[in-house]
Design a protein around this ligand. Structure first.
Ligand code: ADE
Length: 247
């Protein structure tokens, strides 16, 4: 079965965009994933074809109507009822590599792209929709977020990444950042590749990489580092570790 991405967007011309080239583009040509866009404007009933209206209670901008969006969502999700429905919004839960892995191993995804000031909240009360954010900044619409999410999923499909197939070693897969990488030339502007990486001693190399991954995570991403500590504190072996720390 082909993973199918259905995108609800007022700007269908933004797709596949960058996903039409490189790994994702090739994977699409090979039938590893398929793309459908659905324009909510096609589900309007008034003569102006309006998808949005002014915010209740006043304020700037426009809000996407629950009735129009729900009709478009029902149409799209009816085509793949077992795929999760996501809405891109800065109010959503931050996307993680674990969630990406989960989505990429499923039948597909329906993604609703917001524009303007956001969605009428009743859409989320009336439908089973997961609100997701790609980071703590505000985009002009959800389309870029949808592209980011899809790119992260597509590279995990079997056979898309070639030699690095599983991606097991990379940043976030173990809740921490990846270790730093080096390649030839051996000396560049007087900087030399760390000796251990040239040693051929695989055990030493693995130990060095683990240590650097942990150190960089602790310094650059204290949030990830804390979360990892908390997670290991809660596991049976981690609980022992914590007791030991206290002694
Ligand atoms: N739409 C606007 N900002 C967004 C964000 N940070 N994540 C997902 N969708 C968005």
């Amino acid at each position: 079965m082909t993973f199918t991405a259905q995108i609800l967007t007022l700007y269908p011309e933004m797709f596949p965009g960058p996903l039409g080239t490189s790994l994702a583009g090739r994977a699409r040509e090979e039938g590893k994933w398929a793309l459908n866009t659905v324009n909510p404007r096609d589900f309007t009933t008034d003569k102006h074809r309006s998808v949005d209206d002014t915010p209740a209670g006043g304020g700037a901008g426009m809000v996407l109507r629950a009735d129009v969006m729900a009709t478009a969502v029902d149409f799209a999700s009816g085509k793949q009822p077992n795929a999760p429905i996501l809405a891109m919004t800065p109010r959503g839960k931050p996307l993680t590599q674990a969630r990406i892995r989960d989505i990429s191993s499923g039948p597909g995804v329906t993604i609703i792209c917001g524009r303007f000031e956001g969605f009428d909240e009743r859409l989320f009360e009336g439908r089973n929709i997961e609100q997701v954010s790609i980071g703590d900044y505000v985009l002009s619409g959800g389309e870029m977020g949808a592209l980011v999410l899809l790119d992260a999923c597509i590279r995990l499909f079997p056979g898309v990444m070639g030699a690095t197939a599983s991606g097991d070693d990379e940043s976030f897969e173990h809740g921490i950042l990846e270790y730093p990488q080096y390649t030839r030339p051996q000396i560049w502007e007087g900087r030399i590749i760390p000796e251990v990486l040239r040693s051929g001693d695989h055990a030493k190399i693995a130990a060095w990489r683990k240590q650097r991954a942990e150190e960089d995570t602790r310094l650059r991403r204290p949030d990830l580092w804390e979360r990892r500590r908390d997670a290991s504190d809660q596991s049976p072996s981690g609980a022992q570790g914590k007791d030991k720390d206290k002694e």
